[in-house]
Design a binder for this molecule. Structure first.
Ligand code: SIN
Length: 491
C-alpha cells in the first residue's frame, strides 16, 4: 500500500527538491550515516538524511571562510540584492512543492505551510532591498584636516541554527540578511525538519549563489552546535530555540567573542480588558494560540481576561475551537495539524493534568485522540490560577488557559511575572490604556488588538531571557555587519 507521505511526495511537481544530502563546499554530499525524519501525522518515517559529523562541520566552516572574501569583494549590494531577488522568484515558483515538503516534515496544515513559504520568501525579498541600503556616515571630525567616515562590512562566516516550528521562515530570516551583507553561512537545520532547508538551498544555488557561500550540515549530533559556537573561523552565531540551549551557546561563543543573536523561549501574555471588542479578541486568540498547533515562540501562552467579560469570552472561544478540524496537514479539511513529536503531546497532556488536578475546568478538548501520529485536541481551560504550570511555563501546544483578573495593574503584574519577554498581546479600545499598557509590558514585541505581529518589515526579538538581537526589519541587516570607522588625516 502506498503510504500517506509516498502519495504526497509523488505529487511534487519537481521531485528533485526532496533532498536528503548535506551541501558542503558547493557539492551535495551523501554519507552512509543517516538519521530518520518522522512524518508527525502518522509517526512513521518520511525519509533518511545524511548525518554530518564534526569533521563535516569543520570542512564546511573552512570552505565558507575561503569563499567569504571574494563573495563580498566581487559583488555589490545591488548584485547581491539581484541574486536574492532571483532566489525569491524561485521560491515563489516552487511554493506548492516546498509547502508540501514542509507540511510532511513539520505537520502544520497545508494552508499554514503555504503561508509560511510566502512569509519566508518575504524575508529574502526584504533583504534583497536592504542589501542596497547599507549606508555608512561621515562624521564631522574634531581634528583639523581630517575626515572621519564609517563603512559597513560583513562579519565573516555566520553559523545559523534554526528550529523545527518554522522550517522555512527561520532559515530565510537569518540567511537573507547574512547573504545580503556579504557573509557566508553554515546552517545546522533542525533534525526534525531538514528537508525544507535543503530544498531552499537547492533553489539558492539555482539562483546563482556562488558555491560555498551557503553550506548546510544536517545532523543529530549535539556537539555540532558546540563546534559552531567555538570554532574561531566563525564570527557570528544566530540561534532560535530554547533558552537553555541559547544560554549555553552564548557562554561558548564568549570564548572567541563572536557576535551573537538569540531568539529564545516565550511565555506570551494575552490580555483582554473589559473595554475590548470581544469578537476581535477571540479572533486574535485563535490566530496566535492555535497557529502551528500552538507551537510558536510568540503564541499566547497565558490568556488573562477581565472578570466581567470572562464567561462571554470563554464561551465564544470554545465555540471557535469546537469548529477546528484536527487531522493530517495535507488533508483539505484539516485546520489543526499534529504536534511535532510524542514528547510535545506529552507536555501538553501533563500541563492539562496539572491544571485539572489543581481545580481548572476543561471547557473543550483536554484529550489525545486515539489515533496514530502526534495529536492533541485543541483545549480551553477555565478557572486557571497562578499555581498551575500553565501559568508560568511555555506549553508549546494547543492549550488555551483562561485566567481571570480584576484590575489593569493586576493584569500587568501577572503578565510581567516571568523571566521571558518575547511577545505580549492585549485588547482594549481605550487609547490611553493602549499607550500605558503597551509601554508597561516587558516584552520585545507587542500586539494591540491583533494576534498577528510577525512580518518581514517588523522587528522580531525579545528581552529578558527571551534573548537579544532583532531579526527582519530595518534592524535585521546590522546583526550581520560590523561598522568600521576610517579616519583620513593630514590632508
Ligand atoms: C517563532 O516561533 O520563533 C517564530 C514565529 C514567527 O515568526 O511568527
Amino acid at each position: 500500500m502506498v503510504s500517506y507521505q509516498e502519495q504526497a511526495l509523488s505529487n511534487l511537481q519537481d521531485p528533485s527538491l526532496f533532498i536528503g544530502d548535506a551541501f558542503i563546499d558547493g557539492k551535495w554530499v551523501s554519507k552512509n550515516k543517516k538519521f530518520v525524519v518522522t512524518e508527525p501525522s502518522t509517526g512513521t518515517s518520511l525519509g533518511q538524511v545524511t548525518d554530518c559529523d564534526l569533521e563535516d562541520f569543520k570542512n564546511a566552516i573552512l570552505s565558507a571562510k575561503n569563499a567569504q572574501k571574494s563573495y563580498f569583494q566581487d559583488t555589490t549590494g545591488a548584485s547581491r540584492g539581484a541574486l536574492l531577488r532571483k532566489w525569491y522568484d524561485l521560491i515563489m515558483e516552487n511554493k506548492t512543492d516546498i509547502a508540501t515538503i514542509l507540511c510532511l516534515e513539520n505537520g502544520k496544515t497545508f494552508a499554514e505551510a503555504l503561508g509560511e513559504v510566502v512569509y519566508a520568501a518575504g524575508f529574502i525579498s526584504w533583504f534583497a532591498e536592504e542589501a542596497t541600503r547599507a549606508y555608512g556616515v561621515t562624521i564631522p571630525s574634531s581634528t583639523p584636516r581630517t575626515t572621519l567616515l564609517t563603512i559597513r562590512e560583513p562579519v565573516g562566516v555566520c553559523a545559523i541554527i534554526t528550529p523545527w516550528n518554522f522550517p522555512a521562515a527561520m532559515i530565510t530570516r537569518k540567511v537573507g540578511p547574512a547573504l545580503a551583507a556579504g557573509n557566508t553561512v553554515v546552517i545546522k537545520p533542525p533534525s526534525e525538519t531538514p528537508y525544507t532547508c535543503l530544498a531552499l538551498t537547492k533553489l539558492a544555488v539555482e539562483a546563482g549563489l556562488p558555491p560555498a557561500v551557503i553550506q548546510v550540515c544536517p545532523t543529530k549530533n549535539r556537539e555540532a552546535a558546540t563546534e559552531l559556537a567555538t570554532n574561531p573561523m566563525v564570527h557570528k552565531i544566530s540561534f532560535t530555540g530554547s533558552t537553555a540551549v541559547g544560554e549555553m551557546l552564548a557562554k561558548l561563543a564568549t570564548g572567541t567573542l563572536k557576535k551573537v543573536s538569540l531568539e529564545l523561549g516565550g511565555n506570551a501574555p494575552f490580555i483582554v480588558f473589559d473595554d475590548a471588542d470581544i469578537d476581535l479578541a477571540v479572533e486574535g486568540a485563535m490566530f496566535c494560540k492555535f497557529r502551528c498547533s500552538g507551537q510558536t515562540c510568540v503564541c499566547a501562552n497565558r490568556i488573562y481576561v477581565q472578570k466581567g467579560i470572562a464567561k462571554q469570552f470563554t464561551a465564544k472561544l470554545v465555540e471557535k475551537v469546537a469548529a477546528l478540524h484536527v487531522g493530517p496537514g495535507l488533508d483539505a479539511s484539516t485546520t489543526q495539524g499534529p504536534l511535532v513529536n510524542r514528547a510535545a503531546v506529552e507536555k501538553v497532556a501533563s500541563h492539562v493534568q496539572d491544571a485539572v488536578s489543581k481545580g481548572a475546568r476543561i471547557e473543550i478538548g483536554g484529550k489525545t485522540p486515539d489515533a496514530a501520529g502526534f495529536f492533541h485536541m485543541p483545549t480551553v481551560l477555565s478557572g486557571v490560577t497562578p499555581s498551575m504550570i500553565v501559568s508560568h511555563e511555555e506549553t508549546f501546544g494547543p492549550l488555551a488557559p483562561v485566567i481571570e483578573f480584576e484590575t489593569e495593574d493586576e493584569a500587568i503584574r501577572l503578565a510581567n511575572d516571568t523571566e521571558f519577554g518575547l511577545a505580549g498581546y492585549f485588547f482594549s479600545r481605550d487609547v490611553s490604556r493602549v499607550l500605558r499598557v503597551g509601554q508597561s509590558l516587558q516584552v520585545g514585541i507587542v500586539g494591540v488588538n491583533t494576534g498577528k505581529v510577525s512580518a518581514p518589515e517588523a522587528p522580531f526579538g525579545g528581552v529578558k531571557e527571551s534573548g537579544y538581537g532583532k531579526e527582519g526589519s530595518l534592524y535585521g541587516l546590522e546583526e550581520y555587519q560590523v561598522i568600521k570607522s576610517i579616519t583620513i588625516g593630514n590632508w
